[in-house]
Design a protein around this ligand. Sequence first.
Ligand SMILES: C=CC1=C(C)c2cc3[nH]c(cc4nc(cc5[nH]c(cc1n2)c(C)c5CCC(=O)O)C(CCC(=O)O)=C4C)c(C)c3C=C
Ligand SMILES: [Fe+2]
Ligand SMILES: [Fe+2]
Length: 354
Amino acid sequence: MSKGVLLVNLGSPESTDPKDVKKYLDEFLMDPRVIDVPYWFRAFLVKGIVLNTRPKKSAEAYSKIWWEEGSPLIVLSERLQDKIQKQTEIPVDLAMRYGSMTIEKALKRLTDKGVNDILLVPLYPQFAMATTETIEVLAEKLRKEKFPQVKLTSLAPFYNKPDYIEVLSRSIKEKLDTTNYDHLLFSYHGVPERHIRKSDITNSHCQIDGSCCKAQSDAHRFCYRHQCYETTRLVGEELGLKPGTFSTSFQSRLGFDPWLQPYTDRTIERMGKEGIKNMAIVTPAFVSDCLETLEEIAMEGEEIFHEVGGKEFTTIPCLNDRDDWAKVMSNWIGNWIENPSAINTVNLAETQIA
Ligand SMILES: C=CC1=C(C)c2cc3[nH]c(cc4nc(cc5[nH]c(cc1n2)c(C)c5CCC(=O)O)C(CCC(=O)O)=C4C)c(C)c3C=C
Ligand SMILES: [Fe+2]
Ligand SMILES: [Fe+2]
């Protein structure tokens, strides 16, 4: 069989024009794995409420972080793809879950090159219904309907893989070595608590109160909260961080349902009020810098911190296209080429997701 790789990230609007942002938000938020309520209610919430006001506000936020070449998330994903491609013989393609760089077009490009054995790589370290699962479900649906000759395997979440933890820790250390900081906050994108319960394959493990995530359980294969706390714990161990000098929080909540807590904005505010003067923030749920890191954290987060008396606020870049990160990903691909069972993968045709 002829192998190839498909990297998939979230996607961005075509431009910062509110019309393009509206189109993007419509596709994103109408995904039943993102807003997981019955269709009529999702359509009422998204098309009837959110899309009337949010596109303008989001477009303003995107304008603050947009680059001449385009969306940072897309440009950085393309740079990573280029670096990986230089280190492997097999074709490495890139798609976005939402927007014009579709998974279907990428599958077509790969199959046109004769590829029929594809490693799908969702660019998310931790599993979530709204990220990894929606990519896997769509890719498998396309495979069945349009590319039945293709074997599709997905790279399992890498939130605890030693080489990933090593590179992430190194990227943090490089910044902290030249920075004053009293506290290091690990801020992950949030999800509604309901998503954690829905993804619990045991139907009874996840309590979302911290009591479950340390106990051994099969549920953790699909538990976003567990996987986020594990990434923090492993980086803490790797860097020898002292207890109390680092913690975990969740950002970017939307709507009125309870999302994973503690919330990042409130944590920044509380810590500033409690006398933390210098704060560093890392955002390990994102492989590439994007709106949520460059605007919500680096701009809004810093503003909140300064308002309550904080001084130095240091944001640590995502792994983006770091050479050591591209090397780690290339090694995973190399291992998969040599011996597919050498890396953790999910055979999508055999899973129950659909
Ligand atoms: C770990 C990654 C992400 C999870 C989990 C996630 C869940 C999630 N997101 C929304 C709503 C929005 N997210 C938005 C932007 C955005 N989200 C992620 C990643 C995750 N989302 C990224 C990388 C980005 C930035 C994209 C970019 O172009 O830079 C937005 C759009 C911006 C805005 O209007 O604020 C929304 C909306 C929900 C509802 C959700 C889980 C249910
Ligand atoms: Fe999001
Ligand atoms: Fe748990």
